[in-house]
Write a new protein. Structure first.
Length: 300
């Protein structure tokens, strides 16, 4: 237990240091907030980093319009609790204004459309650094990221042209129009995140805990019944006890059959599982390089 505590405190110190570096090096940073556990963790770390002052960064949520209702409810309560500023970028607005085209078909999703909305919000508010909750253990493309991830004037990421970060020295210099994505919890694992959230007693969205939900099986995933997901005639809705390991767009976020109803239950489940955290994310399965392709386009 003491080893775990020391390990988590070491990770916390590293993340707090990075968040303070962001405040020191950039003029107008923001936290990219999805309502998932990683962005919740980053938000609470920012609170700790600058306490007793308020969090100096606004929370930016790119709303696909196909979010879980529980996610939106949690987001609004958290913003009120922390007295934080919330900026919402709407994918639906991007569609309505002709900035992006809605996908069609059974596997249609708005995940890829988020990129344009995000880049428009960055341009509108002139953010020079966007802080995200990505971790290197999540996915192979994210494993390539540095803490300070440089993006060009088009918001694009070049994994072969990243800056060295020896001895935790971060280079935030950039030309006009460029910006950075910053990932302060890069070195955390999924298990670290849950252990820290439990240690700190942080309230989490109900979606992470087991509950009854109407779901159907598609491509090795249990998907939530939703008017935003067209169903094939061969697909059957069933009521199952499930939880979600990640929280994203309802059209692509798979549920896990689980009885984990407490943080300790989740910790034990994560410690024993051999399935990756994003194994239930349909958007990651569109191609071998799906995540990396989106990141190169400007996705966070």
């Amino acid at each position: 237990m003491s080893y775990t505590l020391n390990h988590l405190k070491t990770l916390e110190s590293e993340s707090v240091f990075i968040l303070r570096e962001v405040a020191a090096q950039f003029q107008n940073p923001a936290i990219l907030f999805s309502g998932g556990k990683d962005s919740i963790l980053v938000t609470y770390l920012a609170k700790k980093a600058f306490y007793p002052a308020a969090i100096p960064f606004p929370l930016v949520h790119i709303d696909t319009g196909h979010n879980f209702a529980e996610t939106m409810e949690y987001r609004d309560k958290l913003v009120e609790k922390l007295d934080a500023k919330l900026i919402v970028g709407s994918v639906q607005d991007s569609i309505d204004h002709g900035r992006v085209a809605e996908e069609k078909g059974y596997n249609a999703s708005r995940i890829r459309l988020q990129t344009t909305t995000l880049l428009d919000i960055i341009e509108k508010y002139k953010f020079d650094a966007c802080i995200g909750g990505a971790r290197r253990d999540e996915e192979k493309a994210r494993a390539k990221e540095r803490f300070f991830s440089h993006r060009d004037e088009f918001g694009q990421w070049d994994p072969k042209n990243q800056r060295p970060e020896l001895w935790n020295l971060f280079n935030g210099r950039m030309n006009q129009g460029e910006n950075f994505r910053v990932f302060p919890i890069s070195n955390w694992t999924e298990l670290d995140v849950w252990q820290y959230l439990a240690m700190e007693g942080i309230e989490m969205p109900s979606l992470y805990f087991s509950h009854k939900r109407r779901v159907f099986y598609r491509d090795n995933n249990w998907l939530a019944e939703s008017p935003n997901i067209p169903m094939r005639t061969t697909e059957v809705v069933e009521e199952k006890v499930v939880r979600f390991r990640t929280i994203g767009d309802i059209t692509s976020t798979g549920a896990t059959l689980s009885s984990a109803s407490t943080l300790n239950d989740i910790i034990q489940e994560v410690a024993a599982t051999r399935v990756t955290e994003r194994g239930g994310r349909a958007d990651d399965k569109r191609s071998e390089t799906s995540m990396e392709d989106r990141k190169k386009e400007g996705y966070f």
